[in-house]
Design a protein around this ligand. Structure first.
Ligand code: FAD
Length: 536
């Protein structure tokens, strides 16, 4: 019964999105809802307002809509309709400006040389944000409808139970297992790679990685993936043109096999009839009025230029703009007095989930010239003598046989940075220095040394700067409005009523040797159940 009504909502929402997109619109809503809004004295007044359409934002919007609460979700990026025929996303090789957020010229890739970009400034899907003042930490983030879910690798493992209570002491892991992870799974289809795809030429690199992992006495990990492997099989059999099997991933996936939030949570939210989604709406500032919040917004065109300014008002405000967006909004509002009562923990306790990359090269084994872009396997090294570590077998799909394996590790590194507002630059800056990353690098060195001792190979210092171990970027920014510090355990920010933050900023800097998105969504679900029951 419940699944049927969800399915119907999703269908209605997808139809509304398709109709609006076909007409070139940037507002996604069921028609009954927009007529009602047109009659209102202030069309920008709404009961609840959600900033950002990533994991925290999408969960909030759906659950508010289901509860019958009139909600507007504002997203600064564009909706990319990823079908195999229209190829809405930039290609992976020779990318154009649809790949990146308002960048022209070149784009700084995680590894190797910068990519030249063709085209004019555009509201593309991925931003490499120069977050830290000293250049020691850049943050990659998704910047379109669906946020990080559109650009991410879709790896959705659960946190390691061994580490959970250290980082989330107030929540029983069994509660997450029994209730909140299944709730997210009921919305996002998640599965491990089917045998036939793993055994195909596109996953030789993963098979070699798994063998090396076993030879080194480490734990072989098959990753839960947020992908439709049925579509990947169509790519494999040649029924449709190759997308993830032709390197597409971080600039978006044209075959539509990525189960991003614009295919599940967001249409289901719109389908409630209570949620309106406005894309190309960038929140500039927030302030508390006597009984509501005022949110200043610039509506932008596809080149990022403001075409209209609007002031939204709402009773309930969810600041879920991802760590970079949320820190900018909250710290600016704290600085300019819009939200002066936010407490001293806002901006604090930020971590990079211990993200470190390294590549082993000169291996004895071929690792395959063609590499499927979905990471499907990994190495568990929880007993690493330096710090617990999980590494994912990342593809490096250049089309050449490199006899190399690239790995992205997640390390339990206790170092934390903090954010502060810089009024001269009018932005929030991350304070972090590269020495804080050394423990993660040391753990990764130990891990690589054991893999090389068991299997041969050496660290690649040519493609990976910093002597072969990256330290200057993260895909997993976590913290800044950490639960139980800046907010209560459910993301209600201290200092104000009806003000919430339930995105990656509420995480305590680390997601327990797992990629963070599943846990961000699960904790957002946990928060929303409580907030809707008690605050409305
Ligand atoms: P986000 O998903 O970051 O969404 C925030 C949204 O807010 C964005 O859409 C943004 O455009 C919008 N926004 C920002 N500022 C404003 C504003 N002022 N006004 C309006 N809108 C605004 N995690 C995993 O678990 N597994 C993976 O495999 C994985 N791979 C990744 C690969 C890459 C390349 C990247 C960049 C990230 C990856 N991540 C992965 C991390 C994951 O994407 C994030 O942890 C997750 O998306 C964070 O969710 P969020 O709710 O905090 O916000």
């Amino acid at each position: 019964m419940k699944k049927n009504s969800l399915g119907r909502r999703k269908f209605l929402g997808l139809s509304a999105i398709a109709t609006a997109t076909a007409m070139g619109g940037t507002t996604f809503t069921l028609s009954s809802c927009s007529k009602e809004d047109d009659l209102k004295a202030n069309p920008y007044e709404t009961e609840a307002l959600v900033i950002g359409s990533g994991f925290g934002g999408s969960v909030a919007a759906l659950r508010l809509g289901e509860a019958g609460i009139k909600t507007t979700m504002l997203e600064m990026g564009k909706f990319y309709d990823s079908t195999v025929s229209n190829k809405a996303f930039s290609p992976a090789f020779f990318p154009d400006t649809r790949a990146t957020w308002l960048k022209t010229g070149t784009f700084e890739m995680p590894l190797g040389p910068d990519f030249p970009l063709s085209g004019n400034k555009f509201v593309g899907v991925l931003d490499r944000n120069k977050a830290s003042a000293n250049g020691d930490m850049d943050i990659y983030r998704g910047t379109c409808l669906g946020g990080g879910s559109v650009v991410y690798g879709g790896m959705l493992p659960k946190p390691r139970v061994e580490l959970w209570s250290k980082h989330f002491p107030d929540i029983e892991y069994s509660e997450m297992e029994a209730k909140w992870y299944p709730k997210v799974h009921s919305m996002i289809d998640i599965s491990t790679v089917p045998e036939n795809i793993l055994n195909s030429e596109f996953y030789q690199y993963s098979r070699v990685g798994l063998e090396h992992c076993e030879n080194a006495g480490m734990e072989k990990v098959m990753l839960p993936c947020g992908f439709d492997f049925g579509i990947v099989n169509e790519e494999l059999s040649g029924q449709i043109s190759k997308s993830v099997l032709n390197s597409e991933m971080i600039f978006g996936v044209n075959s539509g096999c990525k189960n991003s939030l614009d295919k599940n949570y967001i249409p289901a939210a719109i389908g409630t009839g209570n949620v309106t989604v406005e894309t190309l709406h960038r929140v500039e500032s927030v302030r508390k009025l006597s009984d509501k919040y005022a949110v200043e917004v610039a509506q932008i065109d596809e080149s990022g230029n403001a075409i209209k300014y609007k002031t939204y008002t709402c009773k309930y405000l969810f600041v879920n703009a991802g760590v970079v967006g949320t820190m900018n909004i909250l710290l600016k509002a704290k600085y300019d007095g819009g939200l002066a009562n936010l407490n001293e923990h806002v901006g604090q306790a930020w971590g990079n989930n211990g993200n470190t990359m390294a590549m082993r090269s000169n291996l004895n084994d071929d690792t395959g010239g063609k590499q499927g872009a979905i990471p499907v396997s990994g190495y568990g090294d929880l007993n690493n003598p330096i710090a617990p570590l999980l590494a994912e077998q990342a593809p490096f799909p250049l089309g050449l046989e490199l006899k190399s394996l690239l790995m992205l590790a997640i390390v339990d590194n206790p170092e934390r940075g903090y954010w502060q507002y810089n009024p001269q630059k009018q932005k929030a800056e991350l304070i972090w220095n590269k020495e804080q990353h050394q423990l993660s690098i040391d753990a990764m060195k130990n891990f690589v040394a054991r893999l090389n001792a068991a299997n041969g190979g050496e660290i690649n210092t040519l493609l990976v700067k910093n002597n072969g171990y990256t330290s200057n970027f993260t895909y997993h920014p976590l913290g800044g409005a950490v639960r139980n510090l800046a907010s209560d355990a459910y993301g209600r920010l201290h200092g104000y009523d009806n003000l919430y933050c339930i995105d990656g900023s509420m995480m305590p800097g680390f997601s327990c040797c797992a990629n963070p998105a599943l846990t961000i969504a699960a904790l957002a679900e946990r928060s929303m159940e409580k907030i809707i029951a008690e605050d409305f």
